[in-house]
Design a protein around this ligand. Structure first.
Ligand SMILES: Nc1ncnc2c1ncn2[C@@H]1O[C@H](COP(=O)(O)OP(=O)(O)OP(=O)(O)O)[C@@H](O)[C@H]1O
Ligand SMILES: [Mg+2]
Length: 254
């Protein structure tokens, strides 16, 4: 579709009235927001409020019923997921079950994105070495298939897979949910560091509110498919938009 001129000049990720229905459920309800270049946005809200669906619409793995999505001023509504400059780490395990974690001479979970982009083996090995070191993925795990990994190990491989290709938009859906608390702190710093170095836009969904608030430039609070408030963390505390936000942030200790 033709992009209106005031939007084509817009940097960042712009959602306009984005809506997704599943029969009678409105999972994402006319969401409009601008996420700036290099911004780290946390998305929080109760179970079932539409966080995963919103990320899937941006990734293109779900189709919108209404609205438009623009990235760097260009409408991406009709772009296939593979053509979008988006990498997503899924909430549920989404590794390829028949592929090993890493295999230099064949398609594998960590190398798949680079292989289909026809990158050279030496470059692939280097990138995999960097992400496995950063994330603490043990070398002994590399020959395994996903059914031989723990939930946390699968999550690390999922993050590593997304990190091997530099995205314009990095979507993380509860990426650390299965990781032990100590490792979680290190990984949190790694993700933030990756975001800063790669100059991406990051959307980070988490039920761990202290984590989300500590990482984010702004936090979006969702309720029943709508964004109720989007503000820097400190402002959400000082000026909660309504009683729902006030109650929601009172549920956790910072
Ligand atoms: N494929 C689907 N078919 C039908 N309904 C769906 C589907 N996916 C999600 N929904 C519904 O859409 C709403 C939003 O779901 P979504 O998974 O986006 O929530 P969420 O905020 O990610 O929840 P959680 O915090 O539990 O992960 C829910 O009511 C859910 O039941
Ligand atoms: Mg979810």
């Amino acid at each position: 579709m033709d992009t209106p001129t005031h939007i084509s000049a817009q940097k960042g990720l712009f959602l306009h009235q984005v809506t997704k229905r599943y029969d009678s459920i409105v999972a994402v309800d006319h969401v409009s927001m601008l996420i700036n270049d290099r911004e780290f946005l946390a998305i929080v809200g109760p179970t079932g409020c539409g966080k995963t669906t919103l990320l899937r619409l941006i990734a293109g793995t779900e189709k919108m019923d209404f609205g438009h999505i623009y990235f760097q001023g260009k409408c991406i509504d009709d772009e296939k997921p593979a053509d979008r400059k988006v990498r997503m780490v899924f909430q549920e395990d989404a590794l390829w079950p028949h592929m090993r974690v890493f295999q230099i001479d064949y398609y594998s979970n960590l190398s798949f994105g680079m292989r289909i982009r026809k990158q050279m083996p030496a470059r692939i090995a280097e990138a995999v070495n960097i992400v496995t070191n950063r994330l603490g993925i043990e070398k002994k795990l590399l020959p395994r298939k996903p059914d031989k990994l723990s939930a946390g190990q699968k999550q690390l491989v999922g993050i590593g897979r997304a990190m091997t290709i530099i995205p314009g938009i990095f979507l993380l859906d509860e990426p650390l949910a299965h990781i032990d608390p100590q490792h979680r702190l290190t990984l949190r710093r790694e993700l933030k560091d990756y975001h800063d170095k790669m100059e991406t836009i990051t959307l980070y969904v988490s039920h761990n509110l202290p984590e989300a608030f500590s990482l984010a430039d702004r936090v979006a609070i969702m309720q029943e498919g709508k964004i109720i408030q989007i503000d820097p963390p400190a402002r959400i505390f000082s000026n909660p938009a309504n009683d729902f936000v006030k109650d929601f942030i009172q549920c956790f200790e910072m």
